[in-house]
Design a protein around this ligand. Structure first.
Ligand SMILES: [Zn+2]
Length: 306
Protein backbone atom coordinates (compact mmCIF):
# COMPACT_ATOMS: atom_id res chain seq x y z
CA UNK A 1 0.00 0.00 0.00
CA UNK A 2 1.08 3.52 -0.59
CA UNK A 3 -0.05 7.05 0.07
CA UNK A 4 0.54 8.86 -3.20
CA UNK A 5 -2.09 9.95 -5.67
CA UNK A 6 -1.34 11.13 -9.20
CA UNK A 7 -4.19 13.10 -10.79
CA UNK A 8 -4.24 13.28 -14.59
CA UNK A 9 -6.35 15.91 -16.34
CA UNK A 10 -7.51 16.57 -19.91
CA UNK A 11 -9.71 19.16 -21.65
CA UNK A 12 -11.01 18.16 -25.08
CA UNK A 13 -10.79 14.86 -26.94
CA UNK A 14 -10.83 16.01 -30.58
CA UNK A 15 -9.58 19.33 -32.00
CA UNK A 16 -10.95 22.66 -30.84
CA UNK A 17 -9.81 26.16 -31.80
CA UNK A 18 -7.75 26.40 -28.62
CA UNK A 19 -6.56 22.80 -28.38
CA UNK A 20 -5.71 21.45 -31.84
CA UNK A 21 -5.28 17.68 -32.00
CA UNK A 22 -3.27 16.00 -34.73
CA UNK A 23 -4.68 12.67 -35.85
CA UNK A 24 -7.41 10.99 -33.84
CA UNK A 25 -7.81 12.34 -30.35
CA UNK A 26 -10.11 9.54 -29.25
CA UNK A 27 -7.68 6.85 -30.46
CA UNK A 28 -4.85 8.67 -28.69
CA UNK A 29 -6.87 8.89 -25.50
CA UNK A 30 -7.82 5.23 -25.62
CA UNK A 31 -4.14 4.32 -26.07
CA UNK A 32 -3.17 6.45 -23.08
CA UNK A 33 -5.88 4.94 -20.88
CA UNK A 34 -5.12 1.35 -21.90
CA UNK A 35 -1.45 1.85 -21.12
CA UNK A 36 -2.29 3.58 -17.86
CA UNK A 37 -4.51 0.70 -16.81
CA UNK A 38 -1.55 -1.66 -17.21
CA UNK A 39 0.89 0.38 -15.10
CA UNK A 40 -1.39 2.02 -12.49
CA UNK A 41 -4.51 1.54 -10.37
CA UNK A 42 -7.18 4.00 -11.49
CA UNK A 43 -9.21 5.13 -8.46
CA UNK A 44 -12.18 7.50 -7.92
CA UNK A 45 -10.73 10.98 -7.38
CA UNK A 46 -12.71 12.21 -4.37
CA UNK A 47 -12.58 8.98 -2.45
CA UNK A 48 -8.81 8.85 -2.95
CA UNK A 49 -8.39 12.47 -1.81
CA UNK A 50 -10.53 11.76 1.26
CA UNK A 51 -8.40 8.70 2.05
CA UNK A 52 -5.17 10.71 1.73
CA UNK A 53 -6.49 13.37 4.13
CA UNK A 54 -7.58 10.68 6.60
CA UNK A 55 -4.16 9.05 6.50
CA UNK A 56 -5.57 5.88 4.96
CA UNK A 57 -3.54 3.92 2.44
CA UNK A 58 -4.25 3.96 -1.30
CA UNK A 59 -3.73 1.10 -3.74
CA UNK A 60 -0.25 0.96 -5.27
CA UNK A 61 0.34 3.43 -8.12
CA UNK A 62 -3.00 5.17 -7.53
CA UNK A 63 -4.08 7.47 -10.37
CA UNK A 64 -7.31 9.50 -10.71
CA UNK A 65 -8.66 10.88 -14.01
CA UNK A 66 -10.47 14.16 -14.64
CA UNK A 67 -11.60 16.47 -17.43
CA UNK A 68 -11.98 20.28 -17.20
CA UNK A 69 -14.41 22.72 -18.86
CA UNK A 70 -17.23 20.36 -19.93
CA UNK A 71 -16.38 19.92 -23.61
CA UNK A 72 -19.19 18.04 -25.37
CA UNK A 73 -16.80 15.37 -26.62
CA UNK A 74 -16.05 14.39 -23.02
CA UNK A 75 -19.51 12.78 -22.97
CA UNK A 76 -19.62 11.71 -26.60
CA UNK A 77 -16.08 10.32 -26.95
CA UNK A 78 -14.25 9.99 -23.63
CA UNK A 79 -17.14 8.46 -21.64
CA UNK A 80 -17.64 5.44 -23.98
CA UNK A 81 -13.90 4.67 -23.73
CA UNK A 82 -13.98 5.04 -19.94
CA UNK A 83 -17.02 2.76 -19.76
CA UNK A 84 -15.38 0.14 -21.98
CA UNK A 85 -12.27 0.14 -19.80
CA UNK A 86 -14.33 0.43 -16.58
CA UNK A 87 -12.45 3.47 -15.34
CA UNK A 88 -13.89 6.09 -12.96
CA UNK A 89 -13.50 9.79 -13.81
CA UNK A 90 -14.52 13.25 -12.62
CA UNK A 91 -15.71 16.12 -14.81
CA UNK A 92 -15.19 19.72 -13.67
CA UNK A 93 -18.06 21.79 -15.05
CA UNK A 94 -18.80 25.50 -15.52
CA UNK A 95 -22.49 26.44 -14.97
CA UNK A 96 -22.18 29.51 -17.25
CA UNK A 97 -21.04 27.31 -20.16
CA UNK A 98 -23.71 24.67 -19.39
CA UNK A 99 -26.38 27.39 -19.46
CA UNK A 100 -24.94 29.02 -22.59
CA UNK A 101 -24.75 32.40 -20.79
CA UNK A 102 -20.95 32.45 -20.81
CA UNK A 103 -18.55 32.13 -23.73
CA UNK A 104 -15.24 30.31 -23.59
CA UNK A 105 -12.95 33.24 -24.40
CA UNK A 106 -9.97 30.95 -25.10
CA UNK A 107 -11.94 29.28 -27.89
CA UNK A 108 -13.24 32.59 -29.27
CA UNK A 109 -9.67 33.94 -29.36
CA UNK A 110 -8.41 30.70 -30.92
CA UNK A 111 -11.06 30.94 -33.64
CA UNK A 112 -10.28 34.61 -34.29
CA UNK A 113 -6.60 33.78 -34.86
CA UNK A 114 -7.33 30.74 -37.02
CA UNK A 115 -9.87 32.57 -39.20
CA UNK A 116 -8.23 36.00 -39.23
CA UNK A 117 -8.42 37.87 -42.50
CA UNK A 118 -5.09 39.57 -41.73
CA UNK A 119 -1.47 38.33 -41.71
CA UNK A 120 -0.64 40.21 -38.52
CA UNK A 121 -2.40 42.62 -36.17
CA UNK A 122 -1.56 45.17 -33.49
CA UNK A 123 -3.30 44.65 -30.16
CA UNK A 124 -2.60 46.63 -27.02
CA UNK A 125 0.86 47.73 -28.10
CA UNK A 126 2.13 44.39 -29.42
CA UNK A 127 2.25 42.80 -32.86
CA UNK A 128 0.66 39.40 -33.41
CA UNK A 129 1.22 37.35 -36.59
CA UNK A 130 -1.70 35.05 -37.38
CA UNK A 131 -0.40 32.41 -39.81
CA UNK A 132 1.27 29.05 -39.23
CA UNK A 133 3.48 28.27 -36.25
CA UNK A 134 4.12 31.97 -35.57
CA UNK A 135 0.36 32.45 -35.39
CA UNK A 136 0.02 29.65 -32.81
CA UNK A 137 2.78 31.20 -30.72
CA UNK A 138 1.12 34.60 -31.00
CA UNK A 139 -2.21 33.09 -29.93
CA UNK A 140 -0.46 31.68 -26.87
CA UNK A 141 0.98 35.11 -26.05
CA UNK A 142 -2.42 36.78 -26.42
CA UNK A 143 -4.06 34.09 -24.27
CA UNK A 144 -1.47 34.57 -21.55
CA UNK A 145 -2.34 38.28 -21.44
CA UNK A 146 -6.10 37.64 -21.44
CA UNK A 147 -5.82 34.98 -18.76
CA UNK A 148 -4.39 37.33 -16.11
CA UNK A 149 -7.13 39.97 -16.53
CA UNK A 150 -10.28 40.39 -14.47
CA UNK A 151 -13.44 39.06 -16.13
CA UNK A 152 -14.61 42.62 -16.82
CA UNK A 153 -11.28 43.76 -18.27
CA UNK A 154 -10.97 40.66 -20.39
CA UNK A 155 -14.38 41.14 -22.01
CA UNK A 156 -13.25 44.52 -23.37
CA UNK A 157 -9.79 43.30 -24.37
CA UNK A 158 -11.20 40.24 -26.17
CA UNK A 159 -13.57 42.39 -28.18
CA UNK A 160 -10.66 44.60 -29.27
CA UNK A 161 -8.61 41.53 -30.21
CA UNK A 162 -11.41 39.98 -32.27
CA UNK A 163 -12.04 43.34 -33.98
CA UNK A 164 -8.35 43.60 -34.87
CA UNK A 165 -8.15 40.03 -36.19
CA UNK A 166 -11.31 40.49 -38.31
CA UNK A 167 -12.10 36.74 -38.51
CA UNK A 168 -14.48 35.33 -41.10
CA UNK A 169 -17.63 33.41 -40.13
CA UNK A 170 -18.73 32.53 -36.62
CA UNK A 171 -16.81 30.55 -33.99
CA UNK A 172 -19.59 28.12 -33.05
CA UNK A 173 -17.95 27.90 -29.64
CA UNK A 174 -21.26 27.17 -27.88
CA UNK A 175 -21.57 23.85 -29.70
CA UNK A 176 -18.24 22.71 -28.24
CA UNK A 177 -19.68 22.47 -24.72
CA UNK A 178 -22.18 20.32 -22.87
CA UNK A 179 -25.49 21.75 -21.71
CA UNK A 180 -27.26 20.81 -18.47
CA UNK A 181 -28.80 17.69 -20.03
CA UNK A 182 -25.32 16.55 -20.98
CA UNK A 183 -24.10 17.19 -17.44
CA UNK A 184 -27.00 15.14 -16.05
CA UNK A 185 -26.11 12.35 -18.47
CA UNK A 186 -22.55 12.23 -17.04
CA UNK A 187 -24.02 11.79 -13.57
CA UNK A 188 -26.59 9.23 -14.74
CA UNK A 189 -23.80 7.12 -16.21
CA UNK A 190 -22.02 7.04 -12.86
CA UNK A 191 -19.34 9.68 -13.30
CA UNK A 192 -18.43 12.30 -10.71
CA UNK A 193 -18.74 16.05 -11.12
CA UNK A 194 -16.92 18.98 -9.54
CA UNK A 195 -16.97 22.74 -9.94
CA UNK A 196 -14.77 24.71 -12.34
CA UNK A 197 -16.34 28.05 -11.20
CA UNK A 198 -19.47 29.83 -12.47
CA UNK A 199 -17.88 31.61 -15.44
CA UNK A 200 -14.38 30.15 -15.75
CA UNK A 201 -12.86 33.29 -14.23
CA UNK A 202 -9.18 33.52 -13.32
CA UNK A 203 -9.94 33.44 -9.61
CA UNK A 204 -6.79 35.11 -8.27
CA UNK A 205 -7.49 38.16 -10.46
CA UNK A 206 -10.86 38.76 -8.77
CA UNK A 207 -11.48 40.20 -5.27
CA UNK A 208 -11.52 37.71 -2.37
CA UNK A 209 -15.26 38.40 -1.88
CA UNK A 210 -16.02 37.73 -5.54
CA UNK A 211 -14.00 34.51 -5.41
CA UNK A 212 -16.01 33.20 -2.45
CA UNK A 213 -19.27 34.25 -4.10
CA UNK A 214 -18.40 32.55 -7.41
CA UNK A 215 -17.22 29.35 -5.75
CA UNK A 216 -20.26 29.16 -3.49
CA UNK A 217 -22.76 29.87 -6.28
CA UNK A 218 -21.22 27.34 -8.66
CA UNK A 219 -21.25 24.65 -5.96
CA UNK A 220 -24.86 25.32 -5.01
CA UNK A 221 -26.08 25.50 -8.60
CA UNK A 222 -24.35 22.28 -9.66
CA UNK A 223 -25.72 20.52 -6.56
CA UNK A 224 -29.24 21.75 -7.23
CA UNK A 225 -29.28 20.96 -10.95
CA UNK A 226 -27.45 17.64 -10.81
CA UNK A 227 -28.60 16.43 -7.38
CA UNK A 228 -25.13 15.29 -6.30
CA UNK A 229 -22.79 16.68 -3.62
CA UNK A 230 -20.13 19.00 -5.07
CA UNK A 231 -17.04 18.80 -2.87
CA UNK A 232 -14.11 19.48 -5.19
CA UNK A 233 -13.14 22.50 -7.28
CA UNK A 234 -10.59 22.57 -10.08
CA UNK A 235 -9.37 26.17 -10.25
CA UNK A 236 -9.53 27.47 -13.85
CA UNK A 237 -6.03 27.57 -15.41
CA UNK A 238 -4.70 26.45 -12.05
CA UNK A 239 -1.19 27.89 -12.22
CA UNK A 240 0.39 30.27 -9.73
CA UNK A 241 -1.02 33.48 -11.27
CA UNK A 242 -4.55 32.01 -11.25
CA UNK A 243 -4.59 30.58 -7.71
CA UNK A 244 -3.59 32.71 -4.72
CA UNK A 245 -3.73 32.07 -1.00
CA UNK A 246 -7.03 33.99 -1.04
CA UNK A 247 -8.31 31.60 -3.71
CA UNK A 248 -7.54 28.56 -1.58
CA UNK A 249 -9.12 30.24 1.44
CA UNK A 250 -12.18 31.14 -0.65
CA UNK A 251 -12.57 27.49 -1.72
CA UNK A 252 -12.60 26.42 1.93
CA UNK A 253 -15.07 29.17 2.85
CA UNK A 254 -17.34 28.16 -0.02
CA UNK A 255 -17.55 24.64 1.37
CA UNK A 256 -15.17 22.61 -0.79
CA UNK A 257 -13.29 19.70 0.74
CA UNK A 258 -10.65 19.70 -2.02
CA UNK A 259 -9.14 22.28 -4.43
CA UNK A 260 -7.02 21.28 -7.41
CA UNK A 261 -4.37 23.36 -9.21
CA UNK A 262 -2.40 22.47 -12.33
CA UNK A 263 0.90 22.46 -10.45
CA UNK A 264 2.85 19.45 -11.75
CA UNK A 265 3.31 16.64 -9.25
CA UNK A 266 1.57 14.01 -7.20
CA UNK A 267 -0.33 14.28 -3.91
CA UNK A 268 0.60 12.86 -0.52
CA UNK A 269 -0.85 13.04 3.00
CA UNK A 270 0.88 16.40 3.59
CA UNK A 271 -0.42 18.05 0.38
CA UNK A 272 -2.75 20.92 1.43
CA UNK A 273 -6.40 20.02 0.76
CA UNK A 274 -6.97 23.29 -1.14
CA UNK A 275 -3.80 22.95 -3.23
CA UNK A 276 -3.83 19.55 -4.89
CA UNK A 277 -1.49 18.92 -7.82
CA UNK A 278 -2.43 17.67 -11.25
CA UNK A 279 -0.72 16.73 -14.49
CA UNK A 280 -2.56 18.05 -17.54
CA UNK A 281 -2.31 16.02 -20.76
CA UNK A 282 -3.25 16.21 -24.44
CA UNK A 283 -5.07 13.22 -25.92
CA UNK A 284 -3.15 13.06 -29.18
CA UNK A 285 0.43 12.73 -28.03
CA UNK A 286 2.25 9.62 -26.93
CA UNK A 287 3.23 9.15 -23.35
CA UNK A 288 6.72 10.47 -24.01
CA UNK A 289 5.56 13.72 -25.58
CA UNK A 290 2.94 14.47 -22.94
CA UNK A 291 5.12 13.76 -19.97
CA UNK A 292 3.06 10.76 -18.95
CA UNK A 293 6.19 8.66 -19.27
CA UNK A 294 7.61 10.80 -16.49
CA UNK A 295 4.58 9.98 -14.42
CA UNK A 296 4.71 6.26 -15.09
CA UNK A 297 8.45 6.34 -14.41
CA UNK A 298 7.74 7.98 -11.08
CA UNK A 299 4.91 5.58 -10.40
CA UNK A 300 7.27 2.67 -10.87
CA UNK A 301 9.80 4.23 -8.56
CA UNK A 302 7.08 4.81 -5.99
CA UNK A 303 6.04 1.20 -6.02
CA UNK A 304 8.26 0.20 -3.14
CA UNK A 305 8.38 3.61 -1.52
CA UNK A 306 5.27 3.22 0.66
ZN1 LIG B 1 -10.70 25.26 -17.58
Amino acid sequence: MTSHLTILGWHNVESTWCFPVSGSGVAGLEGQLRRLRRVATVVPLERALDALRAGEPLPPRAVALCWDDGYRDNLELAVPVLERLELPATFFLVPGLLSGTERAWWEVAGWAFARSGRDAVEWRGERYPTRGAAGRTAYGRASDRLRVMTAAGRAVALEELVDALAPEGTPGDGRLFLDWDGARELVRRGFSVGSHTMRHVTLAQETPEDQVEDLRRSRELLQRELDVPIRTVAYPFGQADAVSRETEHAAEQAGYAHGLTTEFGWNGPATPAAHGRRIMLDPDRGFVATGLSRVTGRLRRLRGAG
